[in-house]
Design a protein around this ligand. Structure first.
Ligand SMILES: Nc1ncnc2c1ncn2[C@@H]1O[C@H](COP(=O)(O)OP(=O)(O)OP(=O)(O)O)[C@@H](O)[C@H]1O
Length: 316
């Protein structure tokens, strides 16, 4: 079974240790979320997996063998920045990129047609990349990543620039690839996306892995300190709880709030307050914290805030 193993890798640039003794593995049929703020070392790690860079120490193995030019043929990498040729036609470019990965022109053309159709992009086949919107370019780049049928896929912020409909389409295709037993690595700042899509996570900060494992196990470690409330009526009780230091607000809208209990606060106090102040409390649930809160706990509020700002900037 094809399997990716990153084993004690270190990468330095001058005095900067971009990646410091990092280990993790990724399995077929699962999606591993590589998560962390800017500068955490995600891109440097991906560059070693894809053999664009070589580790100063440690090794990356795919299917038991150290990565090299051989493994590049079996990997598909969607980088954060577009790597398309602006002046080439969409299909012409896909065929060319396919031949670079070892496909015959005929096979590359057939696969390009198939994927253009799946992405509802057949009409763009003769347009040049520079004529396309950022979201359309992202779809073409995604197709280029899949064309040679790689068994390992690495997606760096794959949803950037996509509207919700296309993001759903992309998500469906990623899940289809997972069902097809590909090994998938998904790097992102967007914790809610990682949470929705990933089976396993690897959280990096400043070159180190600070948390890793199956998402469900990671969440279970952090207990059920989160409350989901849905209600009708006045929501001022939430402000009172915040002012009293009993909860923090994760998300809040007119009839729904997701709150994190402060240490030492009894969930019952919050329940009683909600019952007392709202017209109707129609949902009260204790759940594991969202990934965002886990991140706050592990790396601190300042770093988490920085990452939320980056995610917001990336989504704009
Ligand atoms: N080619 C390079 N030369 C010098 N320093 C580098 C180089 N590439 C990365 N670094 C440094 O290494 C550290 C890790 O960077 P890296 O790009 O791997 O992080 P990242 O987690 O991918 O961040 P981002 O989310 O911004 O892509 C940073 O301090 C960065 O400045």
């Amino acid at each position: 079974m094809a399997h990716l193993e990153v084993s004690r890798v270190t990468k330095r640039y001058g005095n900067t240790v971009a990646v410091d003794d990092v280990s993790f593995s990724a399995e077929p049929g699962r999606i591993l979320g590589l998560l962390g703020p800017n500068g955490a070392g995600k891109t440097s790690t991906i560059r070693m997996i894809t053999y664009i860079a070589v580790p100063d120490a440690g090794a990356v193995r795919y299917d038991g063998r150290t990565v090299g030019p051989w493994s590049q043929q079996r990997m598909g990498y969607l980088p954060e920045e577009s790597g398309l040729y602006k002046r080439l036609g969409v299909k012409e470019q896909l065929v060319y990129l396919g031949t670079l990965k070892g496909l015959s022109r005929a096979t590359a053309a057939d696969r390009a047609d198939y994927w253009l159709d799946r992405f509802d992009a057949t009409d763009w086949a003769d347009m040049t990349t520079e004529e396309l919107s950022k979201g359309m370019q992202q779809k073409i780049q995604f197709i280029a990543t899949l064309l040679h049928d790689p068994s390992l896929l690495i997606f760096d912020e794959p949803f950037s620039g996509l509207d919700p409909i296309n993001a759903d389409l992309l998500r469906d295709i990623i899940l289809e690839l997972r069902r097809d037993d590909r090994t998938i690595l998904f790097a992102s700042h967007r914790m809610e996306q990682v949470e929705q899509l990933c089976d396993d996570i690897c959280l990096m900060a400043e070159g180190d892995v600070v948390l890793q494992g199956p998402l469900r196990d990671v969440k279970a470690q952090f207990g059920q300190n989160t409350l989901v409330l849905e209600f009708d009526g006045d929501d001022a009780f939430i402000d009172e709880l915040v002012t009293a230091g009993q909860v923090r607000v994760n998300t809040r809208s007119a009839h729904r709030a997701e709150l994190t209990l402060a240490d030492g606060t009894d969930a019952r106090q919050v329940l009683n307050r909600a019952l007392d102040r709202t017209d109707e409390l129609y949902r009260y649930e204790r759940v594991a914290p969202p990934l965002n809160e886990i991140f706050v706990e592990v790396v601190g509020e300042a770093e988490a805030q920085r990452m939320r700002e980056e995610a917001a900037a990336g989504a704009a």
